[in-house]
Design a protein around this ligand. Structure first.
Ligand SMILES: *Cc1c(COP(=O)(O)O)cnc(C)c1O
Length: 414
């Protein structure tokens, strides 16, 4: 075993406890299984769940040193917990980043990452095709605190150039977008933002770090909802902000330690174990999704299929350059509007109706009446969400079973 910085071993080079932040020579699969591993003196195989909020000190001097920041031991779970730290280190390692701050949900990660760098008078530019709650934060909540915000058509680089101005502190974008699977050029947007001194915050929930590496393309901060693919088994909420060490120390800690959107150690443990199989699951789900997208194109009454790696995707060249596979989500539109879409949902026997995504179970939703109901018809039209649109999150079932279920539900009654 190579001598990694900070690696405590058993004297024979075996990994017992990896305190090191970066182990760049490990391949992705190894990082996912062993990154951040910090075994207790009991030598447990699986990462330990430290389900505790407080910590005790051997003496008052140690307590004083911890509060003074001279000793980096734990003080209180709102500030840190050993299970949470393992999750943070594993995710940072996966993204090739220096640091990670885990949060209670994906939305507290989005809100924390933005408000940790914005103040009254600042300006933020975001892409229009945003997850519903992200849209609320950017357009309705931040302006209440004197931050001006503006949405642009994310695929239009000139629109970014025009919108970003002195005083633009950061840009925020999601790619692929929900539910239209529009793919934005991360390298190009980052270049425009950086030229104006703005930081780039990327919501990488749909692609995951397995398929898309935003830091390699210029992102400064990357957000995850652990609830989606990282858990991937419908059990708990969680989120994370991945960034430089400096951003974590100077921006995130001074806000989030006091605001308190801390992840439960139990949820962090579930997500930590979820990371072990993330690569296997996301790749299998993506291969199945590609197969299903292909098949949907030939079904009667299906007027469009959106999938990043299909030849028919409007930005297929960018999709293939930026994402190693097309992802686990497929969006398609049927003629006959809401009635036909609801009929299809009623007829599905295997695929569940649910607005969640990234799960082992295949889930389907009608965005216009659920996830994107609140943004209103005009905003839906603007981003291309019609009444006949359905968003499918492809799970881990046998792809042929999913294709059979979708085929019977779509073909009957035509
Ligand atoms: C689900 C989701 C979020 C929010 O995550 P939660 O864990 O539900 O708070 C943010 N962005 C995208 C793209 C999502 O799909």
């Amino acid at each position: 075993m190579p001598d990694y910085p900070g690696l405590k071993d058993n004297g024979e080079g075996r990994q017992m406890n990896a305190e090191s932040k970066i182990v760049p020579e490990w391949g992705e699969a190894t990082k996912l299984v062993r990154g951040g591993l910090n075994r207790s003196p009991h030598g447990e195989t699986s990462e330990a769940l430290y389900l505790n909020s407080g910590f005790v000190y051997p003496d008052a001097e140690t307590a004083a040193a911890r509060f003074a920041g001279d000793d980096d031991g734990y003080v209180y779970a709102r500030y840190g917990n050993p299970t949470v730290t393992m999750f943070e280190e594993r995710l940072a390692l996966l993204d090739g980043a220096e640091a990670c701050y885990a949060t209670a949900s994906g939305m507290s990660a989005v809100y924390g990452a933005l408000t940790a760098q914005l103040k009254a008078g600042d300006h933020i530019v975001a892409s229009r095709a945003l997850f519903g709650s992200c849209h609320q934060i950017v357009m309705n909540i931040l302006p209440r605190f004197g931050i001006t915000s503006e949405l642009v058509d994310g695929a239009d680089l000139d629109a970014w150039r025009k919108a970003i101005r002195p005083g633009t502190v950061c840009v925020f974008l999601e790619t692929p977008s929900n539910p239209t699977l529009e793919v934005l050029d991360l390298a190009a947007v980052s270049e425009i933002a950086h030229a104006a001194g703005a930081k780039v915050v990327v919501d990488n929930v749909f692609a995951t770090s397995i398929l898309q590496k935003p830091f390699e393309l210029g992102a400064d901060v990357v957000i995850y909802s652990g609830t989606k693919h990282i858990d991937g088994q419908g059990r708990c909420l969680g989120g994370a902000i991945v960034s430089s060490k400096q951003f974590k120390e100077d921006n995130l800690k001074p806000l989030l330690r006091h605001m308190g959107p801390s992840i439960s150690p139990f949820n962090a443990w579930v997500l930590l174990k979820g990371l072990e199989t993330l690569g296997l699951r996301v790749r299998a789900q993506s291969h199945a999704a590609h197969q299903i997208a292909d098949r949907l194109q030939s079904l009667p009454g299906v007027t469009s299929v959106l999938y990043p790696h299909l030849d028919s995707h409007p930005q297929v060249e960018l999709c293939r350059r930026q994402m190693s596979l097309g992802g686990t989500m497929v969006t398609f539109t049927v003629d006959g509007g809401r009635k036909r879409a609801f009929d299809i949902l009623r007829r599905l026997q295997l695929v569940d109706i649910s607005n969640n995504l990234g799960d082992a179970k295949s889930l389907i939703t009608h965005p216009a009446s659920t996830t994107h109901r609140a943004i209103g018809e005009e905003a839906r039209e603007r981003v291309g969400i019609g009444e006949g649109m359905l968003r499918l999150s492809v799970g881990l079932e046998e792809p042929n079973d999913l294709i059979a279920d979708l085929t019977q539900a779509i073909s009957s009654g035509v």
